[in-house]
Design a binder for this molecule. Structure first.
Ligand code: ATP
Ligand code: MG
Length: 570
């Protein structure tokens, strides 16, 4: 390719609304352009890169015996109704009606569609195991589309699905994916961290997310500094030492706390209590078959609620209750709430509160609290659960070493679905004994766009992107200093031809611009090697620049192709 004929619209300045480095650089380097909120066009250079990521994913999926499909992104509502997700999913799904007034949606994931194919096409255990996948557009009306393609409303995902006759088969498919994912991310130059993740309200037994540590991430992960423990903070627990309460078997005592609304207020209030001796009571509404009902969540006063932990514990979607709902449930406004004596509302308490005595909490009477509360004696706990967020430095549950909390990008997710779809949609096969059994399924996703963006997050500097060879749009740019110097352009053309003949992806920068401006473009776009025929030609030398090492060397013109071949195959 000759640069003069390419469309690589580089920009000198960052786009106004961008925060993530990958977002800024993808726009500035001419990889993408925004069309609307969370909607991006990939320009030629960006698409070359995305296709490389896609090819790596495809190779590794094929290597574990997965078979590629191409499924529609346009789905009739019926199939989503069969699984129950038409109603379970909220605003994230793009829904509309066709000209015949039939309900439709745009695919946000493909469990239902693959389950239909499995239901119709698989009838015996002899056909199993199967791993099916596609690389396709997904649509999600994300509430906060941001960070460029990291969270788009249309994006490309490789999603695969495994079908087995039993749980042991699912374990094999799951482990194969875990190995393939590690290889994919390694090949893309991304240091991936597999972390325990929540299975969410949908159930399922095991779920692992692949994370890339980055300040641009929207997830937090807790990672042990010593052992291999790592978990999404939504799932993380720690071995924090219990708070020691002084013995207290005094009867509950209600006391007035005028104007005291927060844990902090009560710490400084005379006759109040330290934050770790208070119980924080949160009222949430649980979505169930018969509509919304309140639940109480209790955590230690100085802890933060882990919302996903709460959803896992309750086993249903939750939202914070409005003030009227709270008053209706407990008879008091936020600031004076507690669970003492509550009988008709389910109470979920954090494990840290187990056995605690002499605690202080709201009295369910505005401007009043109660003290001398004993958890076991005074509160009817429906379920003890992990409801608090771990904090940086807390001891690891496995080995006691400090946990490190870091922001991360979720780049992949593997998930044991079990019978979730096969039972609701009636997909079964006959087993070894001729008995029908529901298919045991797994589902596995990787965001192609997120691979591209996460690779940039991991490999850039103030000049631009530093592509790993595997994703680089071109491996080499040949760029004479002066386009009106015959010796330089002759060497340039010859090098361009010689590198192409070697099958090396090369672009010849034949633009009549200042070399400084051209070099800035190469560095912004992140082409790994640049060969510059310049003044050194008089001595038979060209300059070879290594973008990733940011190093220049003079190399004999006669050797530079061989030198590049060596570096590119290293
Ligand atoms: P998140 O928690 O970030 O919203 P998710 O849990 O919804 O992600 P999955 O449904 O597990 O994601 O999708 C599988 C993969 O698809 C993710 O690991 C990610 O790489 C990619 N992905 C999901 N949502 C988006 C999006 N809005 N834009 C780009 N890629 C996405
Ligand atoms: Mg999501």
């Amino acid at each position: 390719m000759r640069w003069s004929q390419t469309f690589i619209p580089t920009l000198r300045n960052d786009p106004a609304d961008a925060e993530a480095a990958s977002h800024k650089l993808m726009v500035r380097a001419g990889l993408i352009r925004q069309l609307g909120a969370g909607i991006y066009s990939y320009l030629p250079i960006g698409w070359r890169i995305a296709k490389k990521a896609e090819a790596i994913v495809r190779e590794e999926m094929d290597a574990i015996g997965a078979q590629e499909f191409y499924l529609p992104a346009l789905h009739p509502a019926e199939v989503w109704k069969e699984s129950g997700r038409w109603d379970a999913i909220g605003g994230e799904m793009f829904r509309f009606k066709d000209r015949k007034d039939a309900e439709m949606c745009l695919g946000m994931t493909c469990e239902e569609i693959f389950t239909v194919l499995a239901r119709d096409g698989l009838s015996s255990y002899k056909q199993l195991p199967q791993i099916w996948y596609q690389i396709q557009c997904k649509f999600r009306d994300e509430p906060r589309p941001k960070s460029g393609v990291l969270r788009g409303r249309q994006f490309t995902m490789k999603d695969s699905y495994s079908f087995d006759v039993d749980a042991a088969g699912l374990d094999v498919a799951f482990d194969k994916h875990a190995v393939a994912y590690k290889k994919i991310f390694d090949r893309c130059g991304i240091d991936s961290i597999p972390v325990e993740a929540s299975s969410g309200a949908m159930g399922g037994s095991e779920s692992v997310e692949f994370m890339a540590q980055s300040s641009a991430g929207e997830d937090w992960i807790a990672r042990c500094k010593k052992c291999d423990y790592s978990a999404n903070v939504e799932r993380a627990v720690s071995a924090l030492a219990p708070v020691e309460d002084a013995p207290d078997d005094a009867a509950i005592e209600k006391f007035p706390t005028p104007g005291i609304r927060t844990i902090k207020d009560l710490v400084t209030f005379e006759g109040g209590a330290a934050a770790d001796r208070q119980i924080k009571t949160l009222v949430m509404m649980k979505r169930g078959e018969e509509g919304e009902t309140p639940v109480l969540l209790l955590i230690q006063g100085d802890d933060e609620l882990n919302e996903v932990g709460a959803i896992d514990a309750v086993g249903a979607a939750l939202r914070p209750a409005h003030e009227e709902e709270i008053v209706k449930a407990l008879g008091a406004k936020p600031g004076s709430l507690g669970a003492v004596g509550v009988k008709d509302i389910p109470v979920f308490a954090d494990k840290r509160l187990k056995g605690r005595v002499g605690m202080t909490t709201g009295a369910n009477h505005d401007d009043h609290h109660v003290r001398h509360v004993s958890m076991e004696r005074d509160i009817t706990v429906t379920k003890w659960a992990d409801l608090r967020l771990v904090r940086d430095g807390e001891p690891c549950v496995k080995c006691g070493a400090p946990l490190d909390l870091k922001k991360a990008i979720e780049i992949g997710h593997i998930f044991k679905l079990g019978l979730r779809y096969s039972e609701s949609m009636g997909a079964s096969v006959t087993d070894q004994n001729g008995k029908p059994v529901p298919l045991v399924m797994g589902s596995y996703g990787i965001g192609i766009d997120r691979i591209v963006a996460a690779a940039i997050e991991a490999h850039h500097d103030d000049k631009g992107i530093k592509w790993p060879l595997s994703l680089a749009p071109y491996a080499v740019v040949v760029s004479p200093i002066k386009m009106n110097d015959e010796a330089q352009t002759k060497a340039g053309e010859e090098l361009y031809a010689a590198l192409q003949a070697e099958g090396i992806e090369v672009v010849y920068d034949d633009r009549n611009d200042r070399p400084g401006a051209k070099f800035k473009d190469h560095e912004l776009v992140g082409i790994p090697y640049r060969v510059v025929p310049g003044r050194g030609l008089a001595d038979g030398l060209v300059e070879l620049y290594d973008r990733r090492a940011d190093e220049k060397a003079d190399v004999p013109l006669a050797d530079v192709v061989a030198e590049l071949k060596k570096r590119l195959s290293a």
